[in-house]
Design a protein around this ligand. Structure first.
Ligand SMILES: CC(C)(COP(=O)(O)OP(=O)(O)OC[C@H]1O[C@@H](n2cnc3c(N)ncnc32)[C@H](O)[C@@H]1OP(=O)(O)O)[C@@H](O)C(=O)NCCC(=O)NCCS
Length: 147
């Protein structure tokens, strides 16, 4: 297997990105589809990774810092259940960080599902504050500086 790499999604990738997010968040985790896709998708930078067979198997999105801030937000991180633990999620996260730096961000924040907390800690994130429930799932805010 080649080492996972990730790049910015093109419009051609979008149907596969949506299908992956639907499999993971709607079908696997029970998130309502009307919440899963939202109006922030249009302005976000989407990243995707393909496996050796060419399938889109991991994705995530970057929301640029609001006016007056240099903290970007990440979200909708998903790896297909069949490839978890093989580095696809980490490759997407690294590319999202790279894209954030290219756009002038100095830090990144996200709402981590508590089951994914270790994944983000491995990538340099620290939890901020208490856990809370969002879309019926326990989350914690996590943050890291960008180089
Ligand atoms: C979270 C998720 C995106 C991780 O993707 P992945 O491709 O499995 O992650 P990777 O293989 O790149 O893992 C990178 C590192 O994090 C660790 N890791 C990944 N998921 C983990 C988890 N749930 N718990 C503990 N450690 C985890 C891996 O062991 C690996 O550690 P290493 O650097 O020591 O080898 C994937 O599990 C997923 O889609 N989960 C369901 C949706 C979800 O929870 N999304 C997060 C929303 S906040």
């Amino acid at each position: 297997m080649t080492a996972p790499t990730a790049s910015v999604a093109t419009p051609d990738d979008w149907p596969e990105v949506v299908a992956l997010r639907t499999r993971v968040f709607v079908e696997e985790q029970g998130v309502p589809p009307e919440i899963e896709q939202d109006d922030r998708d249009a302005g976000a930078v989407h990243v995707r990774a393909r496996d050796d067979a060419g399938r889109v198997v991991a994705t995530g999105r970057l929301l640029l810092p609001p006016e007056g801030s240099t903290t970007a937000s990440l979200g909708r991180m998903a790896a297909d259940a069949s490839v978890r633990g093989r580095g696809f999620g980490a490759a997407v996260l690294a590319e999202l960080h790279r894209q954030a730096v290219l756009r002038g961000a100095t830090a990144v924040e996200l709402h981590a599902q508590v089951t994914a907390r270790r994944f983000y800690e491995r990538a340099g994130y620290t939890a901020v504050g208490e856990e809370y429930v969002e879309a019926g799932i326990r989350h914690v805010t996590m943050r890291r500086a960008l180089p």
